[in-house]
Ligand binder design. Structure first.
Ligand code: SF4
Length: 194
């Protein structure tokens, strides 16, 4: 059987393929050692979900482990509202709905559907500004791109993954301390502006 892909790694991979490798390296450490502030707040949101402190009993599935045999995926959903058949992913502060956010929801959607839950709507909720973003169910080009991303993740080899050229992106990356120490980013920035 093909190797399983953790749903939480899809967004990382689309942010930068190299982060797939560092995500795995850091998994062996405590989360507290590398989650910067925004990420840490995201974890708290998920912890609330995992501990089942959200919503009246019966209506919501919260923090459930899910698995897709079809796509070889494993992970957790954030929240599923059984009444409205809506799968919800809550994040601390969403400025735009990145492809990684959408694909993370698709992965949860396929996994939950395989478990027999009728998902009809996908939503990303931004908690800081209380905004909701509807995400269409995967089909057509989006579905094709999602499947292609999973293929690329399975074929990934860090030795073939170049450093990100956009050094500003690296400065905001939670894996930078291992991947490219600050000194090398600054040198790179200088080289680009010289
Ligand atoms: S530090 Fe830069 S190259 Fe390394 S994983 Fe992060 S974004 Fe990618």
């Amino acid at each position: 059987m093909e190797s399983l892909i953790q749903i939480s790694k899809i967004n990382d991979f689309l942010f930068c393929p190299r982060s797939l490798y560092f995500h795995s390296v850091y998994e062996s450490f405590s989360d507290a050692t590398y989650h910067a502030s925004p990420q840490a707040r995201g974890r708290l949101n998920h912890r609330t979900v995992d501990e089942g402190t959200y919503g009246p009993d019966g209506r919501y599935l919260q923090g459930e482990e899910v698995y897709s045999e079809r796509y070889g995926l494993v992970g957790k959903i954030d929240l599923f509202d059984k009444e409205t058949k809506t799968l919800i992913e809550r994040k601390s502060n969403v400025k735009m709905v990145h492809q990684g956010y959408r694909f993370q929801l698709y992965a949860q959607y396929f996994s939950l559907s395989e478990a027999g839950f009728p998902v009809e709507r996908l939503v990303i909720r931004s908690l800081d500004d209380n905004r909701r973003y509807e995400v269409p169910l995967p089909e057509g080009d989006e579905l094709y791109a999602f499947e292609g991303t999973l293929d690329r993740m399975r074929a990934f080899d860090v030795a073939d993954a170049p450093l990100e050229k956009n050094t500003a992106k690296c400065r905001g990356c939670i894996y930078r301390t291992l991947c490219r120490p600050e000194g090398s980013i600054m040198e790179q920035s200088y080289a680009h502006t010289a």
